[in-house]
Design a protein around this ligand. Structure first.
Ligand SMILES: Cc1cc2nc3c(=O)[nH]c(=O)nc-3n(C[C@H](O)[C@H](O)[C@H](O)COP(=O)(O)OP(=O)(O)OC[C@H]3O[C@@H](n4cnc5c(N)ncnc54)[C@H](O)[C@@H]3O)c2cc1C
Length: 429
């Protein structure tokens, strides 16, 4: 059985890794690929902070034993997830050891190391332009230069996938995507890392009072990747002076902390950050021999760092799934939708605060409850630990609803200072 994977990004490479257990796999990637970690045009997001959640890191380590050590040897940093210094709307989050290994690395380095370990054939410089059909079965892909046969086609071509259009040409209608747009803009610059700078420090934006945030991650080469983020259309600018002003306007001390750091690059922008979910599993006449994974199915607002981890979770679905008939492919898409659903609920739920949508009763209740958690995780290391497990997809959001915790949350929320009277919070070290 031959599988063709469209796209050699994270979702495509991980799908190829697992499919190789049962298929001959060929990955077709539009970009020309280098053996060394390099930014490339097909992955413009690679220039921006890519936080790998603990669950995603664990799956990658399971698929490629020793990957973590390899990355650390190549300059990535390994720390405890509880070491991340995070400022929310209430204050600095409590510190606690979580026992969860957090790897900080640039997207190009991570992708390159995964690519080196994938045994599937990877063909670069191939632009897939459509699907080839035999009746209602997909039997290959069309490329700029011809056609490639396949028993199974996996679309992993990311946010800009043309899948809906290709299917429409064949008479397959997929539902309109669900879009939640926080109108977040990214602006990233690399700096030299002062010796004692934290491995991860971030100021979290929060609707509607705090549109501005920033994530700083220590990456290979003793560099800091500094990604400024502005929601609700309040985007950080490209010019260095404006960028520094944006950092200085944050509530926390990031601008002061970066005073000693030397800028190494221009500022790079990215603004196509809307969360978008395609209910492919609901298409009426889905063809045999075709599935989709990764951002093609569900692309998340990147500030929550979920995309690579959801892609990793989806890749595991290929284990034990052998039926790629039309029904089998739709069953696969239902599993993909289920894997993405929790991450979608967490990120799109928070982002609805940036949209004009009138929140329903359940939404309002959830918002009220999450505000209690925002306070609790500032005061209580145990609550912080539980929250970190959910953020890193090691526990379900439902675990935050534990009634045994309600009294503690209520107590902290009563003693919390009102945000507008609150001082900026302790310095992060
Ligand atoms: C600004 C930004 C920051 C992000 N930060 C994080 C983060 O902190 N943590 C996290 O987990 N995720 C983050 N993400 C999301 C993450 O990049 C993706 O969710 C994840 O990499 C999975 O994407 P993918 O493999 O589906 O698509 P991509 O990574 O976009 O890869 C798609 C691949 O398909 C190729 N391709 C496209 N069209 C064709 C074609 N027609 N023919 C052949 N090849 C094609 C492209 O060249 C590319 O290599 C971020 C995203 C953005 C936009």
């Amino acid at each position: 059985m031959k599988a063709v994977v469209i796209g050699g990004g994270i979702a495509g490479l991980l799908a190829a890794r697992v499919l190789s257990e049962s298929h001959e796999v060929v990955v077709l990637e539009r970009d020309r690929l280098s053996d060394e970690p390099e930014y490339r045009s097909g992955v413009p997001q690679g220039r921006h902070v890519h936080g790998l959640l603990v669950r995603g890191g664990e799956i990658m380590e399971e698929l490629f034993p020793g990957l973590r050590d390899e990355l650390v040897q190549a300059g990535a940093h390994l720390t405890d997830a509880g070491e991340a210094r995070l400022l929310n709307a209430v204050g600095w989050l409590a510190r606690a050891e979580t026992g969860l290994p957090l790897l900080t690395v640039s997207r190009p380095l991570l992708e390159t190391h995964i690519r080196r370990r994938v045994t599937a054939k990877i063909v670069d410089g191939v632009h897939v332009t459509g699907l080839s059909f035999r009746g209602s079965t997909v039997d290959g892909v069309l490329t700029r230069d011809g056609r490639v046969d396949a028993d199974l086609v996996v679309d992993a071509s990311g946010r800009s996938s043309k899948l809906a259009g290709w299917l429409a040409e064949a008479g397959v209608a997929v539902p309109e995507p669900e879009v939640v747009d926080s109108r977040t803009g990214y602006a990233t610059r690399l700096y030299s890392a002062p010796e004692d700078f934290p491995v991860v420090i971030a100021e979290l934006a929060g609707a509607p009072e705090h549109p501005r945030g920033c994530a700083v991650m220590r990456i290979e080469g003793d560099r800091l990747m500094v990604t400024a983020q502005g929601a609700g259309g309040d985007h950080p600018p490209r010019d260095p002076e404006g960028y520094e002003e944006f950092l200085a306007s944050l509530r926390g001390p990031l601008a002061q902390m970066l005073a000693e750091a030397e800028p190494l690059t221009p500022v790079y922008l990215f603004a196509r950050t809307a969360s978008r979910r395609n209910a492919l599993e609901k298409a009426a006449n889905w063809p045999a021999g075709l599935v989709a994974v990764g951002d093609v199915v569900c692309a998340f607002n990147p500030v929550y760092g979920q995309g690579m981890t959801v892609a990793a979770m989806e890749s595991l679905l290929f284990r034990g799934h052998t039926d790629f008939s039309a029904r089998g492919c739709q069953a696969f898409q239902r599993k993909v939708a289920k894997v993405a659903a929790e991450a979608w609920a967490m990120s799109s739920g928070a982002d609805r605060g940036w949209t004009d949508d009138e929140p329903g009763a359940a939404q309002r209740l959830l918002g009220w409850f999450m505000k209690k958690w925002q306070v609790g995780i500032v005061h209580d290391p145990d609550l912080f630990r539980r929250f970190v497990r959910v953020v890193h997809m090691k526990a379900t959001p439902a675990s935050l609803m534990n009634p045994l915790l309600f009294r503690r949350l209520a107590r902290y929320s009563r003693q919390a200072p009102r945000p507008e009277r609150r001082p900026a919070g302790p310095t992060p070290r």
